[in-house]
Design a protein around this ligand. Structure first.
Ligand code: GPW
Length: 801
């Protein structure tokens, strides 16, 4: 939009006055934020309304991205950027003598997700709006988000995230769009006039689902989509409810499950999932009926995307609506459902694959369970010629369980993995039976990231330098950053690049000093691992390298570059082992940071409360990106993309999207090491891996691992022992010791390169130049083309590569 500095200033001052009866000079930071956000809402309102009207008017297809998690991050800067008025507003704030950065910092960062899956969902919403497709989010309005993390004596402490305390400025409650979601009760199938059975529900528990709508503004294209979050409330009318009943209802959208590594298997989680799905679909069907007489157009105008299996009940729920409310016959309803639904799998971990015991499921969702039984029955009949053992092993129902991934594949026309290796492994293992049956449904859609947030907003020094060097095309066309490649050989440019990095390091160092009181050296290599704490991600491997570096320094064998190791990670509150790793890292950090013999060379900072906002601070300052999961375990990873796209070099196993980064930047520009997923599989099949052998035979490994139990690191008597046992006694499930030697060697090679600034700079440039393909704009364009069958207004194409 067009807006001059003085126009904005006038509008802003008026807004402060109107909202708070306060002059702009005396408004508090909170008030400044509220006034600015309110203006942004005003500026986007007509585009929002017009986008919605155009959809109905032109009968355009809408995508609904169903996800149990969203991690939008702070939205003010993004919204200003996407409206095209960020620099205008910044200038105005400067002119008024106000602190723009601090105003941005007043916004809450909604923690409505755990990690990669939730962040991906939000990045897709931004991308859908930005490439101009009608893509809406459908999620839950958790009253409390993911816990806030603190450390007490090195242990993780979880504090409640009361993010709605002061209201959420971007949302609008839409009570007139509320729907009722029913749980429990009984279903009777009664013959009806049309000769078909009519499902009659009795004694159900009725829950009011109230939507809250949040605008999702596209990047400078006037397109504004909607993220809709549902809140559960006791219905205003009907049977009076006891206090306990009302609480049971509110609990549905009360809090996010703080675990993304193990399946919850809990009644409340199931209620959350059904609530999300039923509310979303009811409102979609209701909206469709306003403009259509029959359902012949439904699949052409609606696509529902299932983000992992948590919303997979969308399949039986849409069947229910089409059968019981619209009164279609089974075959028509099923044909529509399959055309509408698509499903993304995000994990190969067995323990994260959702299954629900029928004993829990059937009484809570009797009609949905009936429909799943019928789906299962018809699936089995459709394949009565096929190998019965195969069919049995992949049917939606089996072993007294509802198997959500299998239901999702059967009820969708498209299924995808999130990185090339992940999709291949899905096809070969986790979903191999399904791949045999319906190979044409499978595709790969490699994850992407919101480059605008990570580069344009969170790395301003780099963004400025890019503009000066190659012009500003890269801001709109991610692949245009390839133009940077020739500058890899220009020492002057590399100098500026290093200067930009240093600036970011200084900002992060100031933050670290402010928050944890540690002064980190900004002339050191910043070696970063940021992601959920999970054994398969192997923060432990990183810790063992730090211990090795410590021991080397203590032995007086210095040499390499100065290091600052930076961690940020939350552990699921019930994940005991992950919490032990946190304690071990913190204890090691404490030892190292306070030892004057080493702390000039080596420091460790574990920053509490990892979140989108903290990621924005860390990523821009990173030199090294640790992506060291055991090969075959990380579906994709996305911090790997964020870090390479903003100037870090990747130290990685050949896992998830690391492989695609490797393909993009070339062997010379990334440091890879470790077992391949095939080798891991082979060891697992042959039972020929012995961690104890490695420990006993390799003196270096022996020395490093012993530090966990010999008192080298004070304060981890229990944790050190447990971790040691997990490695030696229980044979190191995630092959940490198997990869340790290769990891240390790769690290040493990286050290040598870091000591040669030009060689390092070259690698950084190669990474930056190759980063465009990881834009989620391109990822989403792939979904649009292969899965949702819609054409973006703004053409973007990864296949130009
Ligand atoms: F288990 N992921 C996540 F597959 O953050 F559902 N939470 C989850 O619950 C799951 C996956 C689930 C992550 C993957 O671990 C990561 O590899 C991937 O990059 C990310 O999802 C986005 O696809």
């Amino acid at each position: 939009m067009a807006l001059t500095v003085s126009e904005f200033e006038r509008a802003y001052k008026e807004e402060v006055l109107q909202l708070f009866a306060e002059s702009w000079q005396t408004a508090s930071l909170d008030q400044q934020f509220a006034a600015l956000a309110s203006l942004v809402k005003r500026y986007s309102a007509s585009d929002w309304s017009q986008t919605k009207q155009a959809v109905d008017h032109n009968n355009e297809k809408q995508i609904y991205y169903f996800s149990i998690e969203f991690l939008p991050g702070r939205m003010l800067a993004t919204n200003l950027l996407n409206l095209g008025i960020l620099t205008t507003v910044e200038r105005a704030f400067k002119e008024m003598g106000l602190n723009f950065k601090r105003v941005l910092g007043m916004e809450v960062d909604p923690g409505l997700g755990n990690g990669g899956l939730g962040r991906l969902a939000s990045s897709f919403l931004d991308a859908m709006a930005s490439i101009g497709i009608n893509g809406n989010g459908n999620g839950l309005r958790y009253q409390t988000g993911l816990f806030k993390q603190d450390f007490l004596n090195g242990y993780q402490v979880e504090l409640p995230d009361d993010w709605l305390r002061n209201g959420y400025v971007w949302e609008t409650r839409k009570i007139e769009r509320a729907v009722v979601v029913r749980f429990g009760g009984e279903v009777n199938l009664l013959p009806s006039a049309d000769g078909r059975l009519l499902a009659q529900y009795r004694h159900t528990e009725n829950v009011l689902a109230v939507p809250y709508d949040i605008p999702q503004i596209g990047y400078r294209n006037g397109h504004v989509n909607t993220m809709r979050l549902w809140q559960a409330e006791p219905p205003a009318m009907g049977q009076p409810l006891t206090v306990a009943q009302r609480e049971e209802i509110s609990a549905i959208s009360q809090s996010l499950y703080p675990d993304d590594s193990t399946e919850a298997g809990r009644r409340l989680r199931l209620r959350q999932e059904y609530f999300l799905v039923s509310a979303g679909l009811q409102s979609i069907v209701r909206h469709y009926r306003k403009t259509h007489q029959d359902f012949t157009q439904f699949a052409q105008t609606v696509a529902v995307h299932i983000n992992d299996t948590h919303p997979a009940m969308a399949i039986p729920e849409l069947m229910r609506l089409l059968l019981d409310e619209v009164r279609l016959d089974w075959d028509s309803a099923w044909a529509i459902t399959v055309q509408v639904m698509s499903y993304t799998n995000h994990t190969l971990l067995q323990e994260a694959l959702e299954t629900w015991s029928i004993d829990l499921f059937a009484p809570l969702l009797p009609r949905i369970y009936q429909i799943i039984q019928e789906i299962d029955h018809r699936f089995r009949s459709a394949y009565h010629d096929a190998d019965p053992a195969l069919i049995d092993s992949i049917a939606p129902l089996g072993h007294n369980m509802v198997r959500m991934a299998y239901l999702a594949v059967w009820g969708s026309h498209a299924v995808n993995g999130v990185a090339a290796l992940h999709t291949r492994l899905l096809e070969e293992s986790v979903l191999s039976g399904w791949y045999q049956l319906v190979p044409e449904r499978f595709s790969n859609q490699t994850n992407g990231i919101t480059l605008r947030r990570w580069v344009q907003l969170a790395n301003r020094p780099l963004a400025k330098l890019l503009d000066k060097t190659i012009g500003s095309d890269w801001r709109r066309s991610p692949l245009a950053i390839e133009a940077l490649q020739p500058f890899a050989d220009q020492p002057k440019f590399l100098h500026k690049l290093a200067a930009a990095k240093l600036k970011n390091k200084r900002s992060l160092a100031a933050y670290v000093k402010r928050t944890v009181g540690l002064s980190i050296a900004t002339d050191a290599m910043f070696d970063v691992q940021i992601k959920r704490l999970h054994a398969y991600k192997r923060q432990l491997l990183h810790l063992l390298r730090i211990i090795d570096q410590y021991q080397t320094l203590k032995a007086g064998l210095a040499g390499g570059p100065k290091y600052v190791h930076i961690f940020a990670a939350k552990a699921a509150p019930g994940y005991y082992y992950a919490k032990e790793i946190i304690k071990a890292i913190n204890a090691t950090a404490d030892l190292i940071n306070h030892d004057p013999e080493v702390n000039q060379q080596l420091q460790v900072a574990f920053l509490p409360n990892y979140s989108v906002s903290l990621a924005e601070r860390i990523i821009a300052a990173a030199d090294v990106s640790e992506q060291i999961s055991l090969a075959g375990k990380e579906a994709s990873g996305t911090s790997n993309m964020k870090l390479m796209a903003t100037g870090a070099v990747t130290l990685a196993t050949m896992d998830g999207a690391n492989i695609e980064i490797y393909d993009a930047v070339g062997a010379a520009n990334m440091m890879t090491f470790g077992l391949s997923s095939e080798q891991v599989l082979q060891h697992q099949r042959n039972f020929d891996y012995s961690a104890r052998d490695l420990f006993e035979r390799d003196p270096r490994i022996h020395r490093i691992v012993s530090a966990l139990i010999d008192g080298t690191i004070p304060g981890i008597e229990v944790e050190g022992q447990d971790i040691y046992q997990s490695l030696i006694q229980y044979n190191d499930e995630y092959f940490v010791l198997a990869d340790l030697k290769a990891y240390l060697d790769a690290g040493a090679r990286l050290d040598e390169l870091y000591l040669r600034p030009e060689a390092w700079g070259k690698m950084v440039v190669a990474n930056l130049a190759a980063s465009g393909r990881f834009s989620s704009d391109l990822t989403v364009a792939g979904y649009a083309r292969d899965i949702w069958h819609v054409t973006p207004e703004n053409q973007v194409n990864r296949h130009e590569l």
